[in-house]
Structure formats: structure tokens, C-alpha cells
Design a protein around this ligand. Structure first.
Ligand code: SF4
Ligand code: SF4
Length: 64
């Protein structure tokens, strides 16, 4: 799953445009992601110019 560092993200929208699953959504003040539909392709991580995105193991997040 994808984690967003909102302190780094400058809301450029590049990651939104490359996501094949439309998981990423940009609002006026923050970027959000729907990890339920993310396929882990990492395209968003590769294109982010400021390195605000990273992939984390599901086990790092709260249990279901
Ligand atoms: S890893 Fe792929 S599917 Fe998941 S949010 Fe990034 S671009 Fe979208
Ligand atoms: S590409 Fe990076 S800086 Fe741009 S909106 Fe996505 S996470 Fe934020």
C-alpha cells in the first residue's frame, strides 16, 4: 500500500495522472489514496518529483 508524506507533497498532481487504477485523488489541500484498489505498481512513487510517496507493508498499518 502507498503512504503519502503530506509534509513533502506539493500537490503537483503528477502521481494522480499516472495511476492506472485511479486510486489517487487530489483535493485543494491534500492528496489521498484508496489503498483498497491500489495494485502496487509503484508508478506513482517513480514519478513523484519530491519523493513524497512510499510503499509500506500492510502489516505496518492498523489491523483489519
Ligand atoms: S502503486 Fe500504482 S495503483 Fe497504487 S496508487 Fe500508485 S500508481 Fe496507483
Ligand atoms: S507526485 Fe508527489 S508531490 Fe505531486 S501530488 Fe503526487 S505525491 Fe504530491
Amino acid at each position: 500500500m502507498i503512504r503519502i508524506n503530506r509534509e513533502i507533497c506539493d500537490l503537483c498532481g503528477v502521481c494522480v495522472s499516472v495511476c492506472p487504477e485511479d486510486c489517487l485523488e487530489l483535493t485543494e489541500t491534500y492528496l489521498r489514496t484508496d489503498n483498497n484498489i491500489c495494485i502496487g505498481c509503484r508508478f506513482c512513487i517513480k514519478v513523484c518529483p519530491v519523493g513524497a510517496l512510499s510503499e509500506v507493508e500492510e502489516s505496518d498499518e492498523r489491523p483489519l
